[in-house]
Design a protein around this ligand. Structure first.
Ligand code: RTP
Length: 150
């Protein structure tokens, strides 16, 4: 079985609102494994690389202001299908379109204050992990694996 990795980030509003534990809990409860975790104030330089595909969008300046307004929690989660499943746990980009039970469906309203980021493909996940975790992540064989996977 191939385990995927995804990049999940609690954005400044999620940190400020005290939702870091809640967001981590949802990934832990599902059975995914935390392999990278850090708290940092992102620079414009790293955010411009992370959001390079959005640089021509009208909301880009506001996105930069929002994302540099405070520290974020950067994480790498590992598991079977974690990229797609991670996006399901987060909910839709627009929180008002997110179902209750998802993070955005339960905790936020505006697209520009949507609490968290999750990679949208395996390829982009690996690019984002390389960007945010230049030091690498932890390699650890969990003993609970056989209780989560058949
Ligand atoms: P994310 O990268 O944060 O997981 O979001 P996403 O792939 O679901 O959505 P994307 O289109 O890549 O947008 C990235 C982030 O930009 C903000 N945004 N604001 N005001 C707007 O119309 C608008 N559209 C997008 C959101 O914070 C979104 O998560």
């Amino acid at each position: 079985m191939t385990l995927e990795r995804t990049y999940i980030m609690v954005k400044p509003d999620g940190v400020e609102r005290g939702l870091v534990g809640e967001i981590i809990k949802r990934f832990e409860n599902k059975g995914f494994q935390l392999v990278g975790l850090k708290f940092l104030s992102p620079t414009r330089t790293i955010l411009e690389k992370h959001y390079a595909d959005l640089s021509s969008k009208p909301f880009f300046p506001g996105l930069m202001t929002y994302m540099t307004s405070g520290p974020v929690v950067a994480m790498v989660w590992s598991g079977k299908g974690v990229v797609k499943a991670g996006r399901v746990l987060l909910g839709e980009t627009n929180p008002l379109a997110s179902l209750p039970g998802t993070i955005r469906g339960d905790f936020c309203i505006d697209v520009g204050r949507n609490l968290c980021h999750g990679s949208d493909s395996v390829e982009n996940a690996e690019k984002e992990i390389a960007l945010w975790f230049t030091e690498g992540v932890v390699s650890h064989n969990r003993v609970v694996e056989r209780l989560i996977y058949e």
